[in-house]
Design a protein around this ligand. Structure first.
Ligand code: 5GP
Ligand code: ZN
Length: 133
């Protein structure tokens, strides 16, 4: 299947991994709107939340519950935006269900503008977060 997130899940493409279990993976967004912008993704392919299983929807939320406080403390954020673009009409570009967790720090302008950090910068954010998990 020509799905970029399935390829990441299969290990055919690299990612800055934050967390993984049997059913869910979380990795940094390569175009983060804030430091630590993380995508939470069910491993089983479904185009969106509606067409996936209820179990996978719940597992994603359980993962967010577990990892969000640790991501925040790792990077010194005190809150986060949680989002999902459900369907092309809503701006979904990657047609494999995913939630966006976007940490927010004091002084953050709270924009949703994508940035283009270096590989080194992403790798060091991912490492910082992994150490806190
Ligand atoms: P959507 O618009 O579908 O909700 O968001 C897709 C997100 O996936 C975007 O924020 C984009 O930066 C991110 N993205 C696209 N391709 C890749 C990739 O190959 N690796 C990672 N880590 N993120 C990606
Ligand atoms: Zn997929």
């Amino acid at each position: 299947m020509n799905c970029i997130f399935c390829k990441i899940i299969a290990g055919e493409l690299p990612c800055y991994k934050i967390y993984e279990d049997e059913n869910v993976i979380a990795f940094l967004d390569i175009g983060p709107v804030s430091e630590g912008h993380t995508l939470i993704v069910p491993k089983k392919h479904a185009e969106n939340l509606d067409t996936g299983s209820r179990e996978d929807a719940a597992r994603c939320m359980e993962t967010i519950y577990e990892i969000a406080p640790k991501i925040l403390s790792a990077i010194g954020a005190t809150g986060y935006n949680l989002g999902m673009n459900h369907g092309a009409i809503a701006g979904q570009d990657v047609m494999h269900t995913h939630f966006h967790l976007m940490p927010r720090k004091e002084g953050d302008e709270r924009t949703f503008v994508k940035t283009n950090p270096s590989k080194d910068a992403l790798a060091s954010v991912a490492e910082k977060i992994r150490e806190a998990l």
